[in-house]
Design a protein. Structure first.
Length: 510
C-alpha cells in the first residue's frame, strides 16, 4: 500500500464515523447539499465520539467518496458551521464542535407528576364575555365559517387585492430601511403611516386631525379595547347599539364596563335613558353604515349625540364602518369632523378595504387622550409589525390605496346589483330585502316568521351561511331576518348559492 493511501486510511480512522451510511437521492426535490447537511447533522446529534474531538474528512475527500461536487459538500459544511455543529482549525481541518448546539436548545424532561383532576380557576372577566365558542370553534375565526361556505356577512373580496403591487412596495421599503424595520418600533405607529392616514381622513372623511393624534393599532377590536380602558373604570356604563356589532359587546365587557344596549330607529342610535339610570361614559356607534341594519345616522342625530356627550362628559367611539363603500350619494362627514369639544374617539380599520389578516387599524384621539392610549398600547403588545406599517404608508402615499377603493367600490356595486336581482327572482316569495345605501351586506326579512328556525337549519346544512339577525341582538326584539354578504363572491358564485338555497327551501315545502 502506498504512503499516500496509508495516510488517508489513518486520517479516516480518526474521522467521525458513519459517513458510509449517507445516502443521497438524486431524484428527490430536496437539493443534494440539503440532504447531506441533514444527514450529517442527524449523525452528529445521535453519535457518541471517542476521546478527543472527532475530525471530519476534507470536503475534497468527502466529495470523492460520495460522488458529488466539492461545492455541494462546502454548502452543507457551511450551513453546519453557521449553526454551530462544526468548527475549523487553521491547517488542521474541520472538527465536530463541542458542545453541540443541542446542549443549549434541548431541556431535560422533568419528572412527570399525576395530573390533578380539577378544573382551573377562570376569572370572572373571562366568564362574563358573551362568547359560547370553545376548542376548534376558534379555528374558523371571526366569521365562524370554513372554506366553501358562501354568502357570509362582512367578508371582503380578498382575491381582488393587488398582491403584486403590495409585495413590490414591501420589497422597496425593506431595501430602503433594512434592519431598521426589524427592530422595536414606535408605540404610536410608523410616522409616515400616521401622516398618510391623517391626510386621507382630512381629504375624504372631513376629519380634522393631524398625525400626532393618530395611534396605529391591531384592528378595530384593539382600538375599542384600548379606548375603553383609557376612559372607563370597572362598572362604568357603556352604551352600544342594539342590534349591533357583537365584538363591541365582548370588548366592553372585557374592559369591565356595564354594557347598556340602546335601541335604534331609522336615524340611528336612540339617545335616551331611563329615570335613575347612570349616564354613559362612552357611546359606541357605527354612524356611516350601522351594523347590521345598515342605516346611516342622520346629521341631526349626530349633532344631538355630540350635544348629549358634551353635556354628560361622555366620549363617543365612532367606528367608521364601511364608510368607503357607499353606493348612493356622497357620505356624511364623520362625527370627528364636526366635533368641537374633543368628545369623539374615531377609529378605522384596513380589514374590509384591504384584507382582514393585515390586522392594522388606527385611532384618531382627542389630543388630551393620546398619551393614555399609547401607554395602554405599549403595555399590550408594543406595536404592530413595522414592515406592514411601512408598506401600507407607501401604498397610501403612492395612490394605490385610493385607486383600490375606487376599483373595489365598482366591483361591489356590480355584485350588489346582481345579488339583489337574483335574490328577488329566486327567493322574493320568501324574503323582503332591505338594501342599505352602503356596506357589504343586505338584510332579508322573512315573510313568514314561523319559517325562521327551519331556514336557519337549512343554511347550516347546505353551506350557504347568512347570519341570523338575532345573534346581533341583546334586548332588541326584531322580526326574524338574515344578514347576507355578497362582496366576496363572483356573480356566478352568488347565483349558484342562491339557487342552492332556493332549491333546498323548496324541498322543505316552504
Amino acid at each position: 500500500m502506498s504512503d499516500k493511501k496509508l495516510r488517508l486510511k489513518k486520517r479516516r480512522r480518526s474521522s467521525i464515523i458513519a459517513f458510509e451510511m449517507i445516502r443521497l437521492d438524486r431524484a428527490s426535490t430536496e437539493p443534494l447539499h440539503q440532504q447531506l447537511y441533514r444527514q450529517i447533522r442527524d449523525e452528529l446529534k445521535s453519535g457518541s465520539f471517542a476521546d478527543g474531538v472527532p475530525r471530519l474528512p476534507s470536503s475534497r475527500e468527502l466529495a470523492v467518496d460520495l460522488g458529488i461536487s466539492r461545492l455541494t459538500v462546502n454548502l452543507a459544511f457551511s450551513k453546519l458551521h453557521a449553526e454551530g455543529y462544526l468548527q475549523s482549525k487553521a491547517r488542521s481541518g474541520t472538527f465536530v464542535a463541542h458542545p453541540l448546539p443541542e446542549i443549549f436548545l434541548s431541556a431535560a424532561k422533568p419528572k412527570a407528576y399525576p395530573a390533578i383532576d380539577r378544573p382551573p380557576r377562570i376569572s370572572q372577566r373571562v366568564r362574563a364575555i358573551p362568547d359560547q365558542r370553545a376548542g376548534k370553534d376558534f379555528d374558523l375565526g371571526a366569521t365562524s365559517a370554513g372554506a366553501g361556505v358562501s354568502l357570509v356577512s362582512s367578508i371582503p373580496a380578498v382575491d381582488e387585492f393587488p398582491i403584486a403591487v403590495w409585495e413590490r412596495l414591501r420589497t422597496q421599503v425593506l431595501a430602503k430601511k433594512g434592519t431598521h424595520l426589524l427592530r422595536y418600533a414606535s408605540n404610536r405607529g410608523d410616522a409616515d403611516l400616521r401622516r398618510a392616514i391623517a391626510a386621507y381622513l382630512c381629504d375624504f372623511r372631513a376629519a380634522r386631525c393631524h398625525a400626532d393624534q393618530i395611534v396605529i393599532v391591531g384592528g378595530m377590536q384593539q382600538a375599542m379595547l384600548i379606548s375603553a380602558m383609557a376612559v372607563l373604570d370597572p362598572g362604568d356604563p357603556a352604551w352600544i347599539e342594539d342590534p349591533g356589532f357583537h365584538q363591541a359587546r365582548r370588548v366592553f365587557t372585557l374592559a369591565g364596563a356595564k354594557v347598556m344596549p340602546n335601541p335604534l330607529d331609522h336615524e340611528g342610535i336612540v339617545i335616551g335613558r331611563s329615570r335613575g339610570e347612570s349616564a354613559p361614559k362612552i357611546i359606541y356607534i357605527t354612524p356611516s353604515h350601522q351594523f347590521p341594519l345598515g342605516m346611516t345616522m342622520s346629521f341631526e342625530r349626530r349633532t344631538d349625540l355630540l350635544d348629549f356627550a358634551r353635556a354628560h362628559d361622555a366620549f363617543i367611539f365612532e367606528d367608521d364602518y364601511d364608510a368607503e363603500f357607499r353606493f348612493s350619494g356622497p357620505p356624511l362627514p364623520s362625527l370627528q369632523g364636526i366635533d368641537n369639544s374633543s368628545r369623539v374617539i374615531y377609529a378605522g380599520t384596513m380589514s374590509k378595504i384591504l384584507y382582514p389578516s393585515l390586522r392594522l387599524g388606527y385611532i384618531v384621539a382627542p389630543e388630551p387622550l393620546v398619551d393614555s392610549l399609547v401607554k395602554i398600547r405599549s403595555t399590550m403588545d408594543q406595536h404592530s409589525p413595522a414592515i406592514d406599517q411601512a408598506t401600507l404608508a407607501r401604498f397610501i402615499t403612492e395612490g394605490f390605496f385610493l385607486s383600490h377603493i375606487k376599483r373595489m367600490r365598482k366591483i361591489y356595486a356590480e355584485r350588489r346589483s346582481f345579488f339583489i336581482e337574483e335574490f328577488n327572482k329566486l327567493l322574493g316569495d320568501r324574503f323582503i330585502l332591505q338594501v342599505p345605501e352602503a356596506g357589504l351586506n343586505v338584510v332579508a326579512w322573512l315573510k313568514r316568521e314561523e319559517d325562521f328556525l327551519m331556514i336557519k337549519r337549512v343554511t347550516l346544512e347546505i353551506g350557504v351561511r347568512p347570519s341570523p339577525l338575532p345573534v346581533f341582538c341583546i334586548e332588541a326584539k326584531l322580526k326574524p331576518a338574515f344578514l347576507f354578504g355578497f362582496a366576496a363572491w363572483t356573480p356566478a358564485q352568488i347565483r349558484e348559492s342562491l339557487v342552492k338555497l332556493a332549491s333546498a327551501l323548496k324541498k322543505e315545502g316552504v
